[in-house]
Design a protein around this ligand. Sequence first.
Ligand code: HDE
Length: 721
Amino acid sequence: MEKNTGKPNQQEAKQEDLSINKSDGTNKFLTTNQGVKINDDNNSLKAGERGPSLLEDFILREKITHFDHERIPERIVHARGSGAHGFFEVTNPIPEFTKAGFLQEMNQKTPVFARFSTVAGSRGSTDLARDVRGFSVKFYTEEGIYDFVGNNIPVFFIQDANKFPDLVHAVKPEPHNEIPQAASAHDTFWDFISLMPESMHMIMWLMSDRAIPRSYRMQEGFGVHTFRFINEANESHFVKIHWKPKLGTHAVVWDEAQKISGKNPDFHRQDLWEAIEQGNFPEWELGVQLIPEADEHKFGFDLLDPTKLVPEELVPVTIVGRMVLNRNPDNFFAETEQIAFHPGHVVPGIDFTNDPLLQGRLFSYTDTQLSRLGSPNFHEIPINRSISPTHNNQRDGHMRQEINKGRVSYHPNSLGGGCPYQAMIAEGGFSSFNERIEAHKVRQRSDSFTDHFSQAKMFFESQTTTEQNHMIKALRFELGKVENTAIRSRMLGLLSQVNLELAERVATGLGMKVPAQPEKPMNHGVGADDVGTKEPKEVSGDIQISDALSMIKNPTVTPTIASRKIAFLCNDGVSEASVMGIKKALLEQDAKACIIAPHLGFVSTEEGGSIGVDFSFFTASSVLFDAIFVPSGNTQLALGDNLDAMEFINDAYRHCKIIGTEGDGIDLLSAPQFLAKGDALIDGGIISSSTVGDAGFASEFINAIAGHRYWKREEVLNADK
Ligand code: HDE
């Protein structure tokens, strides 16, 4: 009987399982793959010192052959990603809603591996593309694998799986010239979107700062589809699954994102890796919105429609546990690349709904692993292997690892004593929820799926002015890159149905007018025989404003600067007391202080000593830091002549970052080249103290950094109404 034993601390079980496959060459001989010790790994076997290589050289042939086959196809979507190990811990058991073994007991721990990704770009593309982020978590439960395969945005572009290849073809680089990489700002994407009004809610999210997170650690996760939880009594509740980051949800700004892409395309990957190495373990709370079966039709939208979310004001999120990522992989390929997620990997207590997007996904994921990982035995790859034992009658195939004993590989059998035997439901056997279905076979979309604008409008109108401005600029950028004006015009027509001011302000940026009569979408969502039968519905909604949708309206519950990076702009003659005092205060809060100077090595200090330099202005950039500090020092003002230093301060100012100065450090901001000109533009995001070592200053500076950005500055900077 292998039903969940409810053992509370299984968190190391997956590491123990992986350990049998780990290899370490320290203090070992170099060998071939056949175990033969190698005497010379530098020279191939030749007929004479200057002669031809010999085919006989099995060492050379084996090494080159393996190298030739080192690459596997990248994921068709979500190719660029990064992951880590950790655990999930129950903080609020919910046996009344689900019998899933890993959610039953307080403090019960389950090992997990999480992978975060962008969607459109290739494996080597930038982390900071404007894109949805994949958010996948493999739970190694005692009842088998449960995969959460979600995104950092709670809705999706399309309602039916049949449109997914079209969507992905439209957003990927255009097929004739393979341009642009990891970007939606091109004609084919917006051509498709302009003909798909159902995508408008998702487009609002994609044009918001949610699509350019500050860090993988500072983003939410959503299951998108409505799933089911099933309890022991076989009762079903609809469930929407959320991950809420402990560090709060934060983003960068678009100008910053584009610069990061050049300065450090591995920005998110490195941030995740370093945070874990430094012991700042990323953490999320797992929350659920639970809806009784009887309430299925209670809402103004359809729970099966993946372009809709359930506003938290209508159904609150109940927190049930937390996930902590505390261990980096040993090997990127073996773990992060070979991990294979599948929304169809569920355990008893979790089940599907008839969301037509989800239904299509249930087919796609195993299918894609067959070509990506090359064999139906991908479940045997160590990172994919279940920690609960597997026994069945599946056999053979490429690269089979398991050695199945006995003569029986079929069921039912008598020769093997009927083994392996089926599990009763009470023994943990999976049985699908017995939903009653009585229907005609049709290729049609439900009328309840035709309201495409209410929630798009709710999302836009729930944002703060700062966030709305960012969305308008994003649309001006994206549509500004579209060459075909008919596509731009169709988009303006769709935007006008979300919010007229939004459409008009985007139109101003494009130098166009919002069309008086939005163009009717062609063939949208219906078959050729049904054109015109299902128009998008007029705007109506359950609620108009949902504050939960705004990042700025929801500051971090426990503000912290842990793992934030602060650049100290230094020059020869800097005050050591100023640098060391603030550095100490930041380190005490687990933040990172980096010394940036015109050259590497050391800078001499006012006091006659020296301070080690982490980066020169040439190798660092403001966009790679959360805030900057200009210490006191009588030659600091000379930094104003350094072009890179000037760009540093201008960018920090423009991206609404907190800038701290001590003593005469403030003078640097008065250099005429800087956007921030000392007293003239001092705002709430510039924290200064005229004296060095003022404890009040350090805590004010720290509190301001914990607030992420001083967005109010944009009112002065962006007079672009
Ligand atoms: Fe995926 N998706 N998807 N997707 N998806 C893949 O599977 C697919 C969708 C998501 O870190 C692929 O192993 C179809 C929604 C994530 O390894 C592929 C449809 C959501 C990841 C696939 C969708 C997702 C994938 C490519 C529409 C959010 C990365 C490689 C019917 C709920 C997992 C792979 C990882 C990956 C198909 C829509 C999330 C081809 C057909 C909606 C996070 O199977």
